[in-house]
Ligand binder design. Structure first.
Ligand code: HEM
Ligand code: HEM
Length: 132
């Protein structure tokens, strides 16, 4: 099986989306390891390292997903033409990154964060429809 560069870029979008969305799991995870992994210091340290990385780099990971999306959309457009399902998923991802940048700028936890969480949940559905 050969995987085209365009597909690889699409897979890259998925991977960075996944790392960005895990931000939501990282904080509860940090709380849980304190209690439930107290007797497993090595595992606790590893989980905490990963969780802190995801929290610290959330904005960057989301932005990388958007950059890879632009490259994927460009390559696929010239190879295959427009994709309605791709455009729908892309619209959501661009909204997501814009909302995130807005929220990071105003430094509050208002309505934008609710929208940011809802779109984070809608994105896998849109991506699934696009890919399968
Ligand atoms: C969040 C947005 C997107 C994600 C996560 C994504 C992801 C992917 C992935 C993983 C594949 C590979 C599927 C495979 O090889 O079987 C793919 C294929 C494709 N994508 Fe996207 N994509 C997105 C947006 C777009 C956009 C905006 C376009 C517009 C041009 C597009 C056009 C295509 C096309 C035409 C294919 C099919 C290539 C083929 O038939 O082999 N995608 N996408
Ligand atoms: C693929 C892109 C992205 C996804 C899937 C995503 C997902 C999420 C999720 C699920 C949360 C909620 C965390 C919680 O409930 O505790 C969140 C929070 C947040 N996101 Fe994003 N996000 C993305 C991109 C971005 C970008 C590009 C920025 C900024 C430039 C950003 C800024 C924020 C901020 C400031 C918060 C609230 C504070 C925090 O929990 O860290 N996000 N994001």
């Amino acid at each position: 099986m050969t995987i085209s560069g365009g597909s690889l870029l699409g897979i890259g979008v998925l991977v960075f989306y996944a790392m960005a969305v895990l931000n939501a799991a990282a904080k509860p995870l940090l709380r849980h390891t304190k209690v439930h992994a107290a007797n497993h210091p090595k595992m606790k340290a590893t989980i905490e390292k990963i969780a802190r990385f995801l929290i610290k780099n959330h904005r960057l990971l989301g932005r990388i997903a958007a950059v890879l999306l632009a490259a994927h959309a460009g390559v696929q457009y010239f190879r295959f033409g427009a994709s309605v399902t791709g455009a729908a998923a892309a619209a959501l991802l661009v909204m997501q990154v814009t909302l995130g940048a807005y929220g990071a700028k105003i430094k509050s936890r208002g309505g934008w964060l609710i929208a940011h969480r809802v779109i984070a949940l809608l994105l896998p559905a849109a991506m699934f429809i696009h890919i399968f």
